[in-house]
Write a protein that binds this ligand. Sequence first.
Ligand code: ATR
Length: 282
Amino acid sequence: MKKLFAVLGDPIGHSMSPIMHNDLFSYYEIDAAYHPFQVKNEDLKTAIQGLKTIGISGFNVTVPHKSSIIPLLDDVDNLAKQIGAVNTVVNEDGKLVGYNTDGLGFLRGLTAYIPSIVDRKVLIIGAGGAARAIYFTLAYNKPRVIDLANRTVGKAEELIKACPVMVESRALSLEDASNHLKDYDVIIQTTTIGMSPNSSEQPIVIANLNHQALVCDIIYNPLETKLLKEAKQKGASTQNGLDMFIYQGALAFEKWTGISPDVQRMKENVLKQLGGTQNVNR
Ligand code: ATR
């Protein structure tokens, strides 16, 4: 019987995940279909019960359901529990089990640019859900420092307190971080600033950027944010948000099928779609 996979979110119309996963199912000759479902907050519980009843094989969850889905699942993996968000659900013998592949997806993408973050000095800009997934995941990988800079410094402080792993971290204002930017080897921008249609915005002044730094922006619409453009002009290496998106999807696909998919193919497929659309999300 054909297997069913899905992504739940609200809005969901511009999600790239169905295109990405349906292409993989056909490429690996798996009899399965992946469908987007727009689910309102108040309908999430009923939707999950329905998907479980019909025997869905797995699904992704996106904004605004990544945290609220946790109590509705049968089990949640430890890292996802710590992050407090689930983006991938696997039907394991009738039990819906939640995982978070966002942080690990980011880390996998990063390894194409730097072999490891061991002993690196990292700055994360932002202290929202995406920052939390990346911070907690990186913290397990022995960087020397991970500082967090945020408009609301108190939120960065809270995130540092909540981190399950011992790592040297300071909460900074955006201005403080900007003044000390040369101290960092890796800078990771996780806020929505610079995302289309506000692509002329930038979260931080980068006059003090270390020219040998790697600057990552998790935004992939536009593919090159103002921040990345300026960082490149200063001679730094840059990485856009496409890798994180591709690898979180690749890790989900791997959990569902046991197949480690061809990420180059996934990237080309998504890039082709991005050429024809302006507003995309997961
Ligand atoms: P996500 O789940 O995508 O990370 P989020 O949890 O809403 O989204 O977090 C958004 C992040 O972008 C936060 O760090 C937020 O800063 P605050 O904690 O101060 O709200 C940051 N952000 C959003 N708009 C911003 C703006 N105009 N200026 C500075 N920071 C902004």
